[in-house]
Design a protein around this ligand. Structure first.
Ligand code: PEP
Ligand code: MG
Length: 569
């Protein structure tokens, strides 16, 4: 049995057969049941027919436009497609090894490449590019032009039981569209604890381990995998006794599922308000049952699914926001305006797309650079929020000026639709905003700290880069000082302040947040129950002492005034 260790991002254990996918290379591998061989051969035959039709079409058009000589290249590709060493070999691989068609055709193509290379004929050796082209086209046709998520969902639906998805990476746009009921657990080569996909997995309560580096290479498709999302370990083909013991442990037991409500109470009876980060209406009921007093963060771009948000019309947005608000009933809901890049919004040139975490255009910067995008969203929020306890939160604010401009847009849009503007607050996730929190609080209705970004920018450690995760330390004194500064800045203007980053979802860090003076914590719904227990076990004085210890170790005793913990509310 081989065990791989990565980053534990969503707790729990799960067992299942591995589906291995390299999304970047569109390489999908899994084992099929013997009785699925017939349909699999038919899938491949259909994709090969489609490929032949496409190649004939391209050849004829090339002949017409560029002449017969160049068109001949596609005759070569057609011959390769018909070559028994490719098609018949792929069929044989499906029959004998029970693998999916995508994998079989790739395998047959690789074998043929080896043969080409072995022949000392430069002409044949140069045909390697054509072969890759043909194989790529067949695989593309097996995907039938579907996007990655629906392609994966179709494959997952072929299994009677949920599988373990092993991927190179799982972009959040795919993750939000995945049919998670069919995924027992997931494991990825890339990824970190605060990557959005990990956050989605936690909210789906699907055990997950990320940052495994080369799991897609080491896990044989179809192997039985045991994923321990608490320890951050996956075991490949564990011994039968271990599988049995795990199955026994995982047997559903009827736990009386108590609904929790009201604020959590510390050991010395101080109220700590627990809220949930939720992105889908169907997850609200679970969050409320787990004791959420409201929804502290709704990432609107995730709520709208994988759409390029610039293409989502006002009415479509109103419907999506209302569906969520409806579920939340009379609870307070904080919806964050789009935190996307122009390319994610469908506004920029996709060729220039860059990760959101790059310090370029994202969040409020995009909204101010493309006011029509933000204005449409604000109108939709104003309309959807009428009669509801909605708050609007602006992401990636760096200066008071930016926030004031966003606030003015909210005012004009509310006036335009003739309805009251909901309260608007600042998401504090850039160090400059934390340092200037007191000023921001004078303009904002509330502050909410996005620790995922605040930590990465404070410590210059990319939250998605597995190589610097040891530097991504939520307990770093610089981070704690910034958090304290935000709490104090908000209090000075009598504003509420919350944490809505993943730091609040981590029971081990909750005491620090409470010690820093935070009384509102918004987290993944599955963390609410453990958080309530942690709160109940800890007094405010103990939490403050923990902050003190984290800030000042024995070698670095501060002057008394500097060391004073934040006063409790
Ligand atoms: C954060 O930055 O802490 C946050 C909650 O937002 P996101 O994870 O979407 O960047
Ligand atoms: Mg953020």
């Amino acid at each position: 049995m081989l065990m791989l260790t990565g980053v534990a991002v969503a707790p729990g254990e799960a067992l299942g057969p591995a589906i291995v996918v390299r999304l970047r290379a569109h390489d999908l591998r899994y084992r099929i049941d013997p009785d699925a061989v017939g349909p699999e051969l038919a899938r491949l035959a259909e994709a090969a027919d489609q490929t032949r039709g496409q190649l004939e079409d391209i050849r004829d058009r090339t002949r017409h436009v560029l002449g017969a000589e160049l068109a001949g290249m596609f005759d070569v590709q057609l011959l390769m497609l018909a070559d028994p060493l490719l098609r018949e070999r792929a069929d044989a691989v499906i029959r004998s090894r029970h693998v999916n068609a995508e994998w079989a055709v790739l395998e047959a193509g690789e074998e043929l490449t080896v043969r080409f290379r072995a022949v000392e004929d430069p002409y044949l050796q140069e045909r390697h590019g054509d072969l890759t082209d043909v194989v790529g086209r067949v695989r593309g046709n097996l995907q039938r032009g579907e996007n990655d998520a629906s392609w994966l969902n179709q494959q997952l639906a072929r299994f009677a039981d949920p599988c373990v998805l092993v991927a190179d990476d799982l972009p959040v746009s795919v993750a939000v569209q995945l049919d998670w009921r069919r995924v027992a657990a997931f494991a990825t080569d890339a990824g970190t604890r605060t990557a959005h996909t990990a956050i989605v997995a936690r909210s789906m309560a699907v055990p997950a381990v990320v940052g495994l580096q080369d799991a897609t290479r080491l896990v044989p498709p179809g192997a039985m995998l045991l994923v321990d999302g608490t320890a951050g370990v996956i075991s490949i083909d564990p011994p039968a006794a271990m599988v049995e013991a795990t199955r026994h442990r995982l047997r559903p037991v009827a736990v009386p599922h108590t609904s929790l409500s009201g604020p959590a109470r510390s050991a010395d009876d101080v109220a700590i308000h627990l809220l949930a980060n939720v992105d889908r209406p169907e997850d609200v009921a679970f969050a409320l049952r787990e004791g959420a007093e409201g929804l502290g963060l709704v990432r609107s771009e995730l709520l709208l699914g994988a759409h390029a948000v610039g293409d989502v019309g006002e009415q479509q947005q109103i419907d999506a926001y209302r569906a969520l608000l409806e579920q939340a009933g009379d609870r307070e809901v904080t919806i964050r305006t789009f935190d996307v890049t122009p390319e994610d919004a469908g506004l920029g040139d996709p060729a220039n797309a860059e990760p959101r975490e790059r310090l370029g255009l994202r969040g409020v910067r995009v909204g101010l650079a493309h006011p029509e995008l933000l204005e449409r969203q604000l109108r939709a929020l104003v309309r959807a929020g009428e009669g509801r306890r909605l708050r609007v939160m602006v992401p990636f604010v760096t200066s008071a000026d930016e926030f004031v401009r966003a606030l003015a847009l909210l005012g004009t849009q509310a006036e335009r639709v003739g309805r009251p503007a909901p309260p608007m607050g600042v998401m504090v996730e850039v160090p400059a905003a934390a340092l200037d929190a007191a000023r921001l609080a004078r303009h904002a209705a509330f502050l909410s700290i996005g620790t995922n970004d605040l930590i990465q920018y404070t410590l210059a450690a990319d939250r998605n880069d597995v190589r610097v995760q040891h530097l991504y330390d939520p307990t770093h004194p610089a981070v704690l000082r910034l958090l304290r500064m935000v709490v104090r800045g908000a209090r000075r203007s009598g504003r509420r302040v919350a944490v809505c980053g993943e730091m609040a979802s981590d029971a081990r860090l909750l005491r620090l947040l409470i010690g820093l003076g935070l009384r509102e914590l918004s987290m993944t719904a599955s963390s609410l129950r453990p958080a309530r227990e942690t709160v109940a076990r800890c007094s405010i004085a103990e939490a403050q002492a923990e902050v003190y210890r984290a800030l000042y170790d024995a070698d670095d005793r501060p002057a008394a005034a500097d060391a004073a913990p934040a006063p409790a509310t």
